[in-house]
Each structure stands twice: as C-alpha cells, then as structure tokens.
Design a protein around this ligand. Sequence first.
Ligand code: ATP
Length: 289
Amino acid sequence: MIVVGSVNADLVVRVDRRPAPGETVIGSDLVTHPGGKGANQAVAAARLGARVALLGRIGSDGNGEFLRKALAGDGVGLDHLVETPGPSGVALITVGADGDNSIIVSPGVNARLSEEDIAAAAGLLASARVVSLQLESPLATVLAAARTAARVVFNLSPPAVVPDELLAVCDPLVVNEHEAAVLLGRRGAPGPQARALLALGPRSVVLTLGAGGAVVAGPDGVTEVPSPRVEAVDTTGAGDAFTGALAWRLAGGEDLAAATAFAVRVGAASVRRPGAQSSYPYPEDLEAL
Ligand code: ATP
C-alpha cells in the first residue's frame, strides 16, 4: 500500500485545562514526537507488518532529519520522501486532563507536495492495491493521486469541501463524527449520518465514533462495529492508526466490515499510550483486545 500525505513534528504539552483567549496556563515539559497524518498512517501499517511506502515532503531543518529517521526505523519505504528547503510541518498539540487533544498544524513543506511528485511516482501508485490519502496536503495533489490509484482510502481530515470527482472514488471515505457534521451541515445519530455521507457519492463510508468504534456504510447497508473498551490516556493520532490499519487490511483483500473490525482494535490500542506514532501497536499488543 502507498500513503500520500503529511509528515509533521508533533510538539506536545499536557495541560490541566486549556487557556482562554488572553490567558496563560502552565503545562508539562514539551515532548516532540514524529507525526503528521500521512506518516502516522504509514507507521501504523508498517508496525502491523505492511509493506508501505510514503509519498511526502520533509523540511531542511532539524525536524526533517528527526522525522526521516523515525520513518526509516519503522521500515516505511522512503524513496518518494522528498527533502525540501524550508520548515518541516509542525503540529502544536495540547492534551487535556481527559486525554482529548487540541491541535494547530503549521504545514511547512507539506504544502509543497505537488502534482509533479505524484507524476514522478505514477507507476508506483498505479501498482499499489490501495492508496491512502488525507487532507494535510494540497487538494490538487490529493486529487492527482486519487486519479492514479486503483483503490482510494480517503480520510477527509481536516474537513473541507472537495470535488465530487474525489468523493466518487473513495472506497471508503473515512471521517470522524466532527468531520461528518461539517460535511453534512448537521449532527445526527451515526447510522443516518453514515447513510447521508454515502449519498454524497463515495463507494463506501466508515464513520469513526471514538470509544464507540465505527459504523460502515456501503451498497450492502450499514454495519455497526463496536470498539474494545480501554482506558484512554491520549487519543492523538487514533484516527490515523485506525485508517492505516484499515487501508492495510483492505490491500490484503479483506472486506470493509472485517477490515474495520480489525482497525477499531488498532485505534483502541493506540489511545492507551501517549503520543501518535509512539502509541501505535505491534501485532502482539492487539492480542489482549
Ligand atoms: P484523532 O483525531 O484523535 O486521531 P479521530 O477523531 O479521527 O481521532 P476517533 O473516532 O476519535 O477518530 O477514533 C478513531 C478510532 O480509534 C475509533 O474508531 C476507535 O477504534 C479508536 N478510539 C478512539 N478513541 C477511543 C477510546 N476512547 N476508546 C477506545 N477506542 C478509541
């Protein structure tokens, strides 16, 4: 499988409560983790045993070297990870007492991932069973990758209006409840929301529900997939762990409901430890779930 997407340094501080505008609060020591939606998905899949390549860009700063080493250490294919003059992507993350996170992303050179990068990897993209995409890269680049791919897994995150052409090739479109509400312009129960997302044009939909697991919608109807119960320490990157695992199982030929049942276990395992990639499980970590 191939992941096309962002590579970020996650700068994480834990806080008892978040500051109101104009207010300062004292947080924990700063910890820097490798992150970015694209890199996270690739690492999640690689840890589980996938052969996965990442198309992306890292900056010429210290973070770029840190990020490349982390990806290489997890065995992610990096022939199409391009070092670019400029700052690497950064995510400023606060983790609250409840384990929930708030994130500001500074794209850096992720914003320079281009249609030319996709053209340069066209053969690789066309030969992959699954290409996994997200929206921390320019929309034109994501669209170009989707046009080349045999099967697209698209995590529409952060949420944005995208062309019908892109939605039409998603199999599945993957969103969380917040993203679903933005896309549909309303909140609602998971089943109806998943059906409404399917009516936007994708071939299939996976709506993730945090501790509630996920709902799958496709031509055969709607299936609820519960998540194992775990104690959530830090949910950062849970959606990326979920989607990386899902894409890998789909690339292996599994059907969407079965791949989702596997992915909720991976997502649940990831919230038990702090950080994004640092929390991602190896196969043996899933045995207890
Ligand atoms: P994030 O933005 O935190 O990376 P997300 O909002 O994109 O995640 P979620 O729906 O919160 O996505 O979580 C994705 C998957 O991770 C869920 O479907 C579930 O499998 C798992 N997960 C997330 N939070 C929990 C939790 N508290 N307990 C168990 N599993 C969880």
